[in-house]
Design a protein around this ligand. Structure first.
Ligand code: NAD
Length: 290
């Protein structure tokens, strides 16, 4: 089977969808991006214009109008059937709710060409949780990006036992073609490779701080000195945003995790201290980033 990917449709233009659309267009693919209504599309235009500035500042080869041209080349639409009508690859980045993903795939399966490959960017759902809604489990898999795609450039490729190996290979190649380092995952794993390592690391920082064992400054300094890395877990949590570990802890459903979640809520979340984005988390920042 020859798989030729040229036209890519991204579903959802939020934090990750806008980045995926932009990065894909930047590497020369024809990109259509869908969101639910005009308001969401206006937000997408704003996100894309921020990406233009970011790429110009941080990505080589984005000068001479290329960054602007990339944004202008992305077709934005709120017509889902039209968005996928000619797609070779549909990358889904709609909200992390099974019911929304389910409805989206049912509709998209009816409207997309038979040859189109579907890929989910879901962080917490396994592709096996979704595959039966897609109508084409052999052409379905996960393609998982990290936030700030232009510099944290991994794409984790993970199929189900039903994914056609040729589709898996095609997506590994596609990831490389849009400037990602493809991370091939051979068996389904919640958290993929990255979050399987990163999750426990970040939670260990919360555990040490919440238990009063050491201050965030000491925890982070320990990590920085010994590993040579530029940030420790509490610094990284401030960048991720403290709502994310809070939700991860709650989803674990055990007493210890609930205690840590309650500590985060009482000391940070309820006080509006969500990290860099709000100007304060474990640390204070001069200006809020949004
Ligand atoms: P987001 O809330 O920023 O964006 C979701 C977008 O989907 C919104 O623009 C929303 O309008 C749109 N959308 C499309 N169809 C919709 C529908 N039927 N109902 C409601 N909204 C609809 O979310 P995000 O952070 O970009 O996450 C999207 C996906 O990417 C999730 O599966 C998430 O797990 C995954 N992901 C997120 C990150 C991250 O750091 N934010 C990282 C990796 C993967």
């Amino acid at each position: 089977m020859t798989i030729n990917i040229r036209k890519v449709t991204v579903l959802g233009t939020g934090v990750l969808g806008s980045q995926i659309a932009y990065q894909t267009a930047f590497h020369g693919f024809e990109v259509t991006a869908y969101d639910i209504n005009d308001e969401a599309l206006d937000a997408a235009r704003t996100r894309l214009s921020h990406l233009v500035a970011t790429y110009r500042d941080e990505v080589s080869g984005a000068g001479d109008g290329k960054a602007e041209h990339t944004a202008a080349a992305i077709v934005l639409t709120s017509d889902l059937a039209e968005a996928v009508r000619e797609a070779d690859l549909v990358i889904e980045a709609v909200p992390e709710t099974l019911a929304i993903k389910q409805q989206t795939y049912a509709f998209v399966n009816a409207a997309a060409p038979e040859h189109a490959i579907f890929a989910t960017n879901s962080s917490t759902l396994l592709p096996s949780d979704i595959k039966d809604f897609t109508g084409r489990p052999d052409k379905f898999l996960a393609l998982h990006f990290a936030n700030q795609i232009w510099k944290r450039n991994i794409a984790e490729v993970m199929g189900t036992p039903e994914t056609d190996p040729a589709v898996f290979r095609a997506l590994v190649d596609f990831a490389g073609a849009i400037g990602m380092v493809p991370i091939e995952i051979h068996k389904e794993k919640a958290g993929y490779v990255l979050n399987t390592m990163l999750g426990p690391f970040l939670i260990s920082g919360i555990e040490l701080a919440a238990g009063g064992y050491a201050t965030p400054e000491t925890i982070d300094r320990t990590w920085r000195i010994v590993t040579g890395m530029s940030a420790g877990p509490c610094q990284m949590l401030d960048i991720v945003g403290l709502n994310t570990p809070y939700n991860i802890l709650l989803s674990r459903g055990n007493d210890k995790a609930d205690e840590l979640a309650a500590w985060l809520k009482a000391n940070y979340i309820d006080k509006g201290k969500l990290g860099v984005a709000t100007g304060e988390g474990f640390y204070r920042y001069d200006t809020a980033s949004n």
